[in-house]
Write a protein that binds this ligand. Structure first.
Ligand code: NAX
Length: 331
């Protein structure tokens, strides 16, 4: 039997955490033959709720779940973890300035970075979900210099999956027949959902999405807006932000990273920019990636038309501004 993998979920008493931990315990993230030990971290005001979640995990009698650590101590939470899913953060509340929210998150990600650097297992893979996800991941990277940059990522897979979902709804086809959309840039409303390279499986082979949709106006306006603003639409409908879809996408992100992407298809991940596609190096930016042997690599050589170029630059600019704001909060 395989040794258990230790998976940390921060903010585990929150709504994404509540959807995510049972998925991990059922093998949805790491596979049906991979035992796991869950580490759940939250802050003291949520300590009692966190213990409640632990009780439910015991009650669910998951065969793959070999242990649960529920703690409000960041060092205990991070100790020995192989995978860290960072969902905990400080949400923007009504009337709060962007800078105030950033200050709170910068200080959280700075201290959690140190805890991971000093106590996580070597080669720990990190996925940041909490917003501002790209910039929180960047702070984590800066304050955990011994964790390789390639091990620190942020979640844009939910946006990627939303784009697949919109195309499948539009064409009334199976979502599993759509592939190779791209989310470029920030996990925010400036992200650029790009279908220029996306294809659909048909009985007569793979066809470009553009050819089947046959409505450029929809693709360049409504589709993009719907994906960019889907989070807000969910809040409006549910009076709560996306949780099950975020949790499921976080599992997709880690699963593909660890087990690899299928031949001929890519996914979107927020990763440390190396300057590919003229995106400024030193940002955590969402790119199309393939994964193999536990490592991602940015898909190279895709053509970028003029319209897309502007969109890629716009979301990069926003990330550079966020980075500057984050640094100004560090002092
Ligand atoms: P909740 O407010 O339900 O849960 C957050 C949890 O984090 C709470 O239990 C809180 O006590 C805990 N927490 C706060 N500070 C902490 C710290 N320093 N250490 C550990 N835990 C801490 O929010 P939820 O709906 O679960 O969303 C979590 C985060 O995901 C938010 O930042 C949200 O904006 C972000 N999202 C990111 C998405 C993405 O695609 N990247 C999509 C979904 C989601 O909006």
């Amino acid at each position: 039997a395989k040794d258990p993998v230790r998976v940390l979920v921060t903010g585990a008493a929150g709504q994404i955490g509540y959807a995510l931990v049972p998925m991990i315990a059922r093998g949805i993230m790491l596979g049906p033959d991979q035992p796991v030990i869950l580490h759940m971290l939250d802050i003291p005001p949520a300590g009692e709720a966190l213990n409640g979640v632990k009780m439910e995990l015991v009650d669910a009698a998951f065969p793959l779940l070999k242990g649960v650590v529920a703690t409000t101590d960041v060092v205990e939470g991070c100790s020995g973890v192989n995978i860290a899913v960072m969902v905990g953060g400080f949400p923007r509340k009504e009337g709060m300035e962007r800078k105030d929210v950033m200050t709170k998150n910068v200080s959280i990600y700075k201290s959690q970075a140190s805890a991971l650097e000093n106590h996580a297992a070597p080669n720990c893979k990190v996925l940041v979900v909490a917003n501002p996800a790209n910039t929180n991941a960047l702070i984590l990277k800066e304050y955990a210099p011994s964790i390789p940059a390639k091990n620190i990522t942020c979640l844009t897979r939910l946006d990627h999956n939303r784009a697949l979902g919109q195309i499948s709804e539009r064409l009334s086809i199976q979502v599993s027949d759509v592939k190779n959309v791209i989310i470029w840039g920030n996990h925010s409303s400036t992200q650029y959902p790009d279908v220029n390279h996306a294809t659909i499986k048909t009985p007569s082979g793979e066809k470009p999405v553009r050819e089947l949709v046959q409505d450029d106006k929809w693709l360049t306006s409504e589709f993009i807006k719907t994906v960019q603003q889907r989070g807000a639409a969910i809040i409006k409908a549910r009076k709560l932000s996306s949780a099950l879809s975020a949790a499921s996408s976080a599992c997709d992100h880690i699963r593909d990273w660890v087990h690899g992407t299928p031949e001929g298809s890519w996914v979107s991940m927020g990763v440390y920019s190396d300057g590919s596609y003229d995106v400024p190096p030193g940002l955590i930016y969402s790119f199309p990636v393939t994964c193999r042997d536990g490592e991602w690599s940015i898909v190279q050589g895709l053509s970028i038309d003029e319209y897309s170029r502007k969109k890629l630059d716009l979301t990069a600019e926003e990330l550079s501004e966020e980075k500057a704001l984050a640094y100004s909060c560090l002092s």
